[in-house]
Design a binder for this molecule. Structure first.
Ligand code: AHM
Ligand code: MG
Length: 335
Protein backbone atom coordinates (compact mmCIF):
# COMPACT_ATOMS: atom_id res chain seq x y z
CA UNK A 1 0.00 0.00 0.00
CA UNK A 2 1.46 3.35 -1.03
CA UNK A 3 1.59 6.24 1.44
CA UNK A 4 -0.24 9.37 0.34
CA UNK A 5 1.72 12.62 0.41
CA UNK A 6 -0.38 13.72 3.38
CA UNK A 7 0.41 10.59 5.39
CA UNK A 8 4.08 10.96 4.52
CA UNK A 9 4.27 14.62 5.51
CA UNK A 10 2.51 13.90 8.82
CA UNK A 11 5.06 11.14 9.52
CA UNK A 12 7.90 13.58 8.79
CA UNK A 13 6.30 16.27 10.93
CA UNK A 14 6.11 13.92 13.95
CA UNK A 15 9.93 13.98 14.03
CA UNK A 16 9.62 17.65 15.06
CA UNK A 17 7.22 17.82 18.02
CA UNK A 18 7.37 21.64 18.12
CA UNK A 19 6.21 21.97 14.52
CA UNK A 20 3.02 23.97 14.03
CA UNK A 21 2.19 22.17 10.79
CA UNK A 22 2.32 25.34 8.66
CA UNK A 23 5.09 24.04 6.44
CA UNK A 24 3.20 20.78 5.91
CA UNK A 25 0.10 22.74 4.96
CA UNK A 26 2.12 24.86 2.55
CA UNK A 27 3.44 21.70 0.89
CA UNK A 28 -0.16 20.45 0.50
CA UNK A 29 -1.04 23.80 -1.08
CA UNK A 30 1.75 23.28 -3.61
CA UNK A 31 0.62 19.70 -4.23
CA UNK A 32 -2.91 20.96 -4.83
CA UNK A 33 -1.69 23.54 -7.34
CA UNK A 34 0.36 20.76 -8.98
CA UNK A 35 -2.76 18.63 -9.47
CA UNK A 36 -4.65 21.53 -11.01
CA UNK A 37 -1.77 22.44 -13.35
CA UNK A 38 -1.35 18.79 -14.31
CA UNK A 39 -5.03 18.62 -15.31
CA UNK A 40 -4.66 21.76 -17.36
CA UNK A 41 -1.43 20.52 -19.01
CA UNK A 42 -3.14 17.26 -19.98
CA UNK A 43 -5.94 19.15 -21.70
CA UNK A 44 -3.71 21.80 -23.21
CA UNK A 45 -4.26 20.87 -26.86
CA UNK A 46 -8.05 20.71 -26.40
CA UNK A 47 -8.56 23.66 -24.12
CA UNK A 48 -6.98 26.18 -26.48
CA UNK A 49 -4.50 27.38 -23.93
CA UNK A 50 -1.42 26.98 -26.04
CA UNK A 51 0.24 29.92 -27.68
CA UNK A 52 -0.49 33.56 -27.11
CA UNK A 53 -2.94 35.03 -24.66
CA UNK A 54 -5.89 37.09 -25.77
CA UNK A 55 -8.25 34.38 -27.01
CA UNK A 56 -11.68 33.76 -25.49
CA UNK A 57 -12.88 30.27 -24.48
CA UNK A 58 -16.38 28.78 -24.79
CA UNK A 59 -17.40 30.22 -21.43
CA UNK A 60 -16.45 33.64 -22.85
CA UNK A 61 -13.57 33.81 -20.37
CA UNK A 62 -10.18 35.07 -21.37
CA UNK A 63 -7.86 32.15 -22.02
CA UNK A 64 -4.48 32.31 -20.36
CA UNK A 65 -1.26 30.77 -21.52
CA UNK A 66 -0.32 27.83 -19.35
CA UNK A 67 2.56 29.61 -17.63
CA UNK A 68 0.36 32.57 -16.73
CA UNK A 69 -2.39 30.21 -15.61
CA UNK A 70 0.09 28.41 -13.31
CA UNK A 71 1.43 31.70 -11.96
CA UNK A 72 -1.95 33.12 -11.05
CA UNK A 73 -3.07 29.81 -9.57
CA UNK A 74 -0.12 29.72 -7.16
CA UNK A 75 -0.68 33.38 -6.33
CA UNK A 76 -4.34 32.82 -5.48
CA UNK A 77 -3.61 29.74 -3.38
CA UNK A 78 -0.85 31.48 -1.40
CA UNK A 79 -2.89 34.64 -0.91
CA UNK A 80 -5.81 32.70 0.55
CA UNK A 81 -3.70 30.37 2.69
CA UNK A 82 -2.29 32.99 5.08
CA UNK A 83 0.87 30.89 5.28
CA UNK A 84 2.93 32.93 2.83
CA UNK A 85 4.28 36.43 3.52
CA UNK A 86 6.05 37.02 0.19
CA UNK A 87 5.82 35.35 -3.21
CA UNK A 88 8.56 35.76 -5.81
CA UNK A 89 7.86 34.39 -9.27
CA UNK A 90 9.89 34.05 -12.42
CA UNK A 91 6.87 35.48 -14.23
CA UNK A 92 6.75 38.74 -12.24
CA UNK A 93 9.30 41.51 -12.07
CA UNK A 94 8.69 42.16 -8.37
CA UNK A 95 7.69 39.91 -5.52
CA UNK A 96 4.19 40.09 -4.09
CA UNK A 97 4.13 40.98 -0.38
CA UNK A 98 0.90 39.91 1.28
CA UNK A 99 -0.72 42.16 3.87
CA UNK A 100 -2.24 39.90 6.52
CA UNK A 101 -5.14 40.91 8.78
CA UNK A 102 -3.36 39.87 11.96
CA UNK A 103 -0.68 37.17 11.82
CA UNK A 104 2.00 37.36 9.12
CA UNK A 105 2.53 34.34 6.87
CA UNK A 106 5.54 32.43 8.13
CA UNK A 107 7.11 31.62 4.77
CA UNK A 108 8.48 33.22 1.63
CA UNK A 109 8.04 31.21 -1.56
CA UNK A 110 10.10 31.64 -4.73
CA UNK A 111 8.75 29.80 -7.68
CA UNK A 112 9.08 29.13 -11.39
CA UNK A 113 5.42 28.33 -12.08
CA UNK A 114 6.02 26.57 -15.39
CA UNK A 115 9.58 25.96 -16.42
CA UNK A 116 10.56 24.83 -19.90
CA UNK A 117 8.12 27.14 -21.64
CA UNK A 118 9.52 26.40 -25.09
CA UNK A 119 8.31 22.82 -24.62
CA UNK A 120 4.74 23.64 -23.63
CA UNK A 121 3.36 23.74 -27.15
CA UNK A 122 5.08 20.54 -28.27
CA UNK A 123 3.95 18.11 -25.58
CA UNK A 124 7.31 17.59 -23.88
CA UNK A 125 7.80 17.40 -20.12
CA UNK A 126 7.63 20.69 -18.24
CA UNK A 127 7.66 21.48 -14.54
CA UNK A 128 7.13 23.86 -11.63
CA UNK A 129 10.02 24.56 -9.25
CA UNK A 130 9.56 25.87 -5.70
CA UNK A 131 11.76 27.15 -2.90
CA UNK A 132 10.62 27.96 0.64
CA UNK A 133 12.34 30.19 3.20
CA UNK A 134 11.28 31.37 6.63
CA UNK A 135 10.16 34.99 6.95
CA UNK A 136 13.10 37.00 8.28
CA UNK A 137 11.87 40.57 7.85
CA UNK A 138 10.47 42.48 10.80
CA UNK A 139 6.88 43.66 10.67
CA UNK A 140 3.61 42.10 9.77
CA UNK A 141 4.00 42.37 5.99
CA UNK A 142 6.61 40.35 4.09
CA UNK A 143 9.31 42.16 2.13
CA UNK A 144 11.67 41.34 -0.73
CA UNK A 145 14.31 40.57 1.91
CA UNK A 146 12.37 37.37 2.69
CA UNK A 147 12.88 36.19 -0.89
CA UNK A 148 16.54 37.24 -1.16
CA UNK A 149 18.00 34.52 1.04
CA UNK A 150 20.83 32.05 0.45
CA UNK A 151 19.86 28.60 -0.80
CA UNK A 152 21.40 27.06 2.31
CA UNK A 153 18.65 28.75 4.33
CA UNK A 154 15.82 27.02 2.46
CA UNK A 155 13.49 25.05 4.72
CA UNK A 156 12.07 23.11 1.79
CA UNK A 157 12.39 22.92 -1.97
CA UNK A 158 11.16 20.77 -4.77
CA UNK A 159 9.56 20.48 -8.16
CA UNK A 160 6.57 19.13 -9.98
CA UNK A 161 7.17 17.42 -13.29
CA UNK A 162 4.35 17.08 -15.80
CA UNK A 163 5.64 14.23 -17.93
CA UNK A 164 4.43 10.76 -18.86
CA UNK A 165 3.13 10.88 -15.29
CA UNK A 166 2.98 13.84 -12.92
CA UNK A 167 5.40 13.72 -10.01
CA UNK A 168 6.16 15.88 -7.01
CA UNK A 169 9.70 15.65 -5.65
CA UNK A 170 10.61 17.54 -2.49
CA UNK A 171 13.00 17.84 0.42
CA UNK A 172 12.77 19.46 3.82
CA UNK A 173 16.40 18.56 4.53
CA UNK A 174 15.58 14.97 5.55
CA UNK A 175 16.32 13.38 2.18
CA UNK A 176 14.47 13.54 -1.12
CA UNK A 177 11.05 11.98 -1.66
CA UNK A 178 9.17 11.51 -4.91
CA UNK A 179 5.41 11.09 -5.31
CA UNK A 180 3.52 10.06 -8.40
CA UNK A 181 0.06 11.44 -9.05
CA UNK A 182 -2.56 8.70 -9.30
CA UNK A 183 -4.99 10.47 -11.63
CA UNK A 184 -7.77 8.00 -10.76
CA UNK A 185 -7.92 8.98 -7.09
CA UNK A 186 -6.34 12.43 -7.39
CA UNK A 187 -3.61 11.67 -4.83
CA UNK A 188 0.16 11.92 -4.88
CA UNK A 189 1.50 8.53 -3.70
CA UNK A 190 5.02 7.90 -2.39
CA UNK A 191 6.77 6.13 -5.25
CA UNK A 192 10.43 7.14 -4.78
CA UNK A 193 11.74 6.99 -1.22
CA UNK A 194 15.09 8.61 -0.27
CA UNK A 195 16.12 9.41 -3.83
CA UNK A 196 19.87 9.57 -4.48
CA UNK A 197 22.01 9.97 -7.58
CA UNK A 198 23.35 6.59 -8.70
CA UNK A 199 27.12 6.21 -8.20
CA UNK A 200 27.77 6.05 -11.91
CA UNK A 201 27.35 9.20 -13.97
CA UNK A 202 26.75 8.37 -17.62
CA UNK A 203 24.84 11.36 -19.00
CA UNK A 204 25.78 14.94 -19.81
CA UNK A 205 23.10 17.55 -20.58
CA UNK A 206 24.04 20.85 -22.14
CA UNK A 207 22.90 22.98 -25.07
CA UNK A 208 25.89 22.17 -27.25
CA UNK A 209 24.94 24.67 -29.92
CA UNK A 210 26.58 27.23 -27.62
CA UNK A 211 29.96 25.45 -27.83
CA UNK A 212 31.72 28.29 -29.62
CA UNK A 213 30.51 30.79 -27.04
CA UNK A 214 31.70 28.88 -23.95
CA UNK A 215 34.92 29.50 -22.10
CA UNK A 216 37.81 27.09 -22.57
CA UNK A 217 37.11 25.19 -19.33
CA UNK A 218 33.60 24.23 -20.43
CA UNK A 219 34.74 23.30 -23.93
CA UNK A 220 37.50 21.08 -22.55
CA UNK A 221 35.18 19.47 -19.99
CA UNK A 222 32.61 18.60 -22.66
CA UNK A 223 35.35 17.16 -24.89
CA UNK A 224 36.46 15.11 -21.90
CA UNK A 225 33.05 13.54 -21.13
CA UNK A 226 32.71 12.69 -24.82
CA UNK A 227 36.04 10.86 -24.87
CA UNK A 228 37.15 7.40 -23.79
CA UNK A 229 39.10 9.14 -21.01
CA UNK A 230 35.79 9.77 -19.23
CA UNK A 231 35.26 7.85 -15.99
CA UNK A 232 33.08 5.29 -17.77
CA UNK A 233 35.84 4.49 -20.27
CA UNK A 234 33.53 5.55 -23.09
CA UNK A 235 31.68 8.72 -24.00
CA UNK A 236 28.84 9.84 -21.75
CA UNK A 237 25.45 9.85 -23.42
CA UNK A 238 24.13 13.26 -24.48
CA UNK A 239 20.55 13.93 -23.33
CA UNK A 240 19.01 17.41 -23.45
CA UNK A 241 15.28 18.09 -23.33
CA UNK A 242 15.57 21.84 -22.82
CA UNK A 243 13.28 21.67 -19.78
CA UNK A 244 15.45 21.99 -16.70
CA UNK A 245 13.12 19.96 -14.49
CA UNK A 246 13.00 17.11 -17.01
CA UNK A 247 16.77 17.13 -17.56
CA UNK A 248 17.46 17.30 -13.82
CA UNK A 249 14.92 14.58 -12.94
CA UNK A 250 16.29 12.16 -15.53
CA UNK A 251 19.85 12.76 -14.34
CA UNK A 252 18.83 12.26 -10.71
CA UNK A 253 17.37 8.87 -11.55
CA UNK A 254 19.92 7.71 -14.11
CA UNK A 255 23.10 9.55 -13.05
CA UNK A 256 24.16 12.62 -14.95
CA UNK A 257 25.47 16.16 -15.01
CA UNK A 258 23.51 19.17 -16.32
CA UNK A 259 25.37 22.31 -17.35
CA UNK A 260 24.12 25.77 -18.25
CA UNK A 261 27.34 27.77 -18.08
CA UNK A 262 27.74 31.42 -18.86
CA UNK A 263 28.50 32.18 -22.49
CA UNK A 264 29.32 35.21 -24.57
CA UNK A 265 26.62 34.66 -27.20
CA UNK A 266 24.01 36.76 -25.48
CA UNK A 267 24.89 39.77 -23.29
CA UNK A 268 21.88 38.86 -21.11
CA UNK A 269 23.40 35.43 -20.42
CA UNK A 270 26.80 36.74 -19.28
CA UNK A 271 26.17 35.13 -15.89
CA UNK A 272 24.32 32.17 -17.33
CA UNK A 273 20.67 31.88 -18.28
CA UNK A 274 19.03 30.25 -15.30
CA UNK A 275 17.66 32.11 -12.30
CA UNK A 276 19.31 31.63 -8.92
CA UNK A 277 16.17 31.94 -6.82
CA UNK A 278 13.63 30.22 -9.05
CA UNK A 279 15.63 27.43 -10.65
CA UNK A 280 19.20 26.94 -9.39
CA UNK A 281 18.77 27.23 -5.64
CA UNK A 282 15.80 24.85 -5.15
CA UNK A 283 17.30 22.20 -7.43
CA UNK A 284 20.65 22.64 -5.66
CA UNK A 285 19.04 21.73 -2.33
CA UNK A 286 17.44 18.66 -3.89
CA UNK A 287 20.77 17.70 -5.49
CA UNK A 288 22.76 18.06 -2.24
CA UNK A 289 20.12 16.08 -0.33
CA UNK A 290 20.36 13.36 -2.97
CA UNK A 291 24.15 13.12 -2.61
CA UNK A 292 24.88 15.35 -5.61
CA UNK A 293 26.21 18.87 -5.89
CA UNK A 294 25.43 22.20 -7.60
CA UNK A 295 27.97 24.84 -8.47
CA UNK A 296 28.59 27.86 -10.65
CA UNK A 297 31.95 26.31 -11.47
CA UNK A 298 33.65 28.30 -8.75
CA UNK A 299 31.14 28.49 -5.93
CA UNK A 300 28.46 26.27 -4.40
CA UNK A 301 25.02 27.47 -5.52
CA UNK A 302 23.66 27.16 -1.97
CA UNK A 303 26.30 29.63 -0.67
CA UNK A 304 25.37 32.52 -2.97
CA UNK A 305 23.78 35.53 -1.30
CA UNK A 306 21.29 36.85 -3.88
CA UNK A 307 21.34 40.56 -4.56
CA UNK A 308 18.37 40.82 -6.93
CA UNK A 309 15.22 38.75 -7.43
CA UNK A 310 15.95 37.73 -11.02
CA UNK A 311 19.68 37.10 -10.57
CA UNK A 312 21.10 34.66 -13.12
CA UNK A 313 23.86 32.16 -12.42
CA UNK A 314 25.81 29.50 -14.30
CA UNK A 315 24.41 26.15 -13.12
CA UNK A 316 26.39 22.92 -13.07
CA UNK A 317 24.40 20.28 -11.21
CA UNK A 318 24.27 16.53 -10.80
CA UNK A 319 26.56 13.73 -9.64
CA UNK A 320 28.96 15.25 -7.13
CA UNK A 321 32.18 13.79 -8.58
CA UNK A 322 31.41 15.21 -12.00
CA UNK A 323 30.45 18.66 -10.73
CA UNK A 324 33.72 18.75 -8.77
CA UNK A 325 35.60 17.58 -11.85
CA UNK A 326 34.08 20.49 -13.82
CA UNK A 327 35.27 22.85 -11.06
CA UNK A 328 38.74 21.34 -11.54
CA UNK A 329 38.64 22.23 -15.25
CA UNK A 330 37.62 25.78 -14.32
CA UNK A 331 40.59 26.09 -11.93
CA UNK A 332 42.96 24.72 -14.55
CA UNK A 333 41.86 26.95 -17.43
CA UNK A 334 40.88 30.11 -15.60
CA UNK A 335 43.89 29.93 -13.28
P1 AHM B 1 12.17 29.31 -19.13
O1 AHM B 1 12.14 29.59 -17.65
O2 AHM B 1 11.88 30.49 -19.98
O3 AHM B 1 11.34 28.12 -19.48
O4 AHM B 1 13.71 28.97 -19.49
C1 AHM B 1 14.39 28.04 -18.73
C2 AHM B 1 14.70 26.85 -19.58
C3 AHM B 1 15.16 25.67 -18.77
O5 AHM B 1 14.09 24.82 -18.47
C4 AHM B 1 16.13 24.98 -19.69
O6 AHM B 1 17.10 24.26 -18.99
C5 AHM B 1 16.72 26.11 -20.45
O7 AHM B 1 15.80 27.18 -20.41
C6 AHM B 1 16.99 25.77 -21.88
O8 AHM B 1 17.56 26.86 -22.51
P2 AHM B 1 18.14 26.78 -24.00
O9 AHM B 1 16.96 26.72 -24.90
O10 AHM B 1 18.96 28.03 -24.14
O11 AHM B 1 19.00 25.55 -24.09
MG1 MG C 1 12.29 28.78 -15.93
Amino acid sequence: MYLTIEQHIIQQQRKFPDSTGDLSDLLYDIALAGKMISKEVNHAGLADILGATGSINVQAEEVQKLDLFANSLFLQIFEKSGRVCTFGSEEDEKCVCFEPDQVPGKYAVNLDPLDGSSNIDVNLAIGSIFSIHKKISAGIKGTEQDCLQKGSKQVAAGYLIYGSSTMLVYTTGQGVFGFTLDQGIGEFLLSHEQMTFPDRCTIYSINESNFNFWDRATQEYVQYVKSVDSPTGRPFNARYVGSLVADFHRNLIKGGIFLYPSDHKDPKKKSGKLRLLFEASPLALIAEQAGGHASTGTEAILDIQPSILHQRVPLIIGNKDEVLRYEGFVKKYRG
